[in-house]
Design a protein around this ligand. Structure first.
Ligand code: ATP
Length: 225
């Protein structure tokens, strides 16, 4: 079983390009295997928080510790290495390689993995795609719909079998039944494999299934459950 990671955020301030703080989170603690839903108005700072938790924000102060690793103090290269090894990401623009098939994209984490782990990653990628109803086949993802691309991104995050899953509006381009199936997968991954899941979403059905919910408004936490 994958061991989930604990999160400890303290006095996190993310600075925007203009030098102005765009996010201020005094305290956020998550036990391994917890699911957290983040919601709030457009422009509130939800994606900024997810990027910071992934170590993708360059200008930040405070502390973002996943277990013993504080991403704030690390170099960009070290943060990238941590991300590759420990974080599965489902982000809004999907970041797919247009020339590759669904399986080619979903199995991408195998490129960064030790040789001994590669076959298992490809197998998980294929299994996830099948479960999400995507033909792994030879068609390039360039011609996929928004919802199909979303599911390829989910399969890729699952294939890595990372202890941390970060998702930005994972159900946004899906109809209700597909959104519910995807929620089953994400939450099932957290519950059965102890992964820690942080999910930005406007989808109340998905939010209601999270262990905890946090509202962000104007760069600040408003409610924490
Ligand atoms: N690098 C940056 N430099 C300056 N401002 C930024 C930067 N990144 C984001 N912002 C601004 O910070 C605010 C928060 O952006 P963010 O994308 O986190 O919002 P959000 O809550 O995810 O919104 P949405 O629901 O519309 O996706 C916005 O006003 C945005 O324009």
């Amino acid at each position: 079983m994958t061991k989930g990671a604990a999160l400890s955020v303290r006095d996190l301030v993310v600075i925007g390009d203009g030098g102005r703080p765009i996010l201020d989170i005094p305290v956020l603690e998550l036990e391994p295997g917890t699911t957290l839903g983040i919601y709030g108005p457009s422009g509130a700072g939800k994606t900024t928080l997810l990027y910071a938790l992934a170590g993708l924000a360059d200008q930040m102060t405070g502390r973002i510790a996943w277990d013993e690793t504080d991403l704030v103090g690390k170099s960009r290269a070290d943060r990238a290495a941590f991300r590759a090894a420990r974080i599965g990401m489902i982000f809004q623009d999907h970041l797919l390689f247009e020339e590759l098939s669904a399986l080619g994209n979903a199995a991408l984490p195998s490129l960064y993995a030790p040789r001994s782990a590669r076959a298992a990653i490809r197998d998980r990628a294929a299994t996830e795609l099948e479960r999400l109803g995507i033909d792994a086949g030879t068609r390039r993802v360039a011609s996929f719909s928004g919802g199909e691309r979303q599911r390829v991104a989910v399969a890729r995050a699952m294939a890595a079998d990372a202890p941390i899953l970060l998702a930005d509006e994972p159900t946004a381009s899906l109809h209700r039944a597909a959104a519910d199936a995807l929620a089953d997968d994400l939450i099932g991954a957290a519950r059965s494999r102890g992964r820690t899941l942080v999910c930005v979403t406007h989808d109340d059905t998905l939010l209601d299934r999270m262990d905890r919910k946090m509202r962000i408004s104007d760069g600040r936490m408003e409610l924490a459950g």
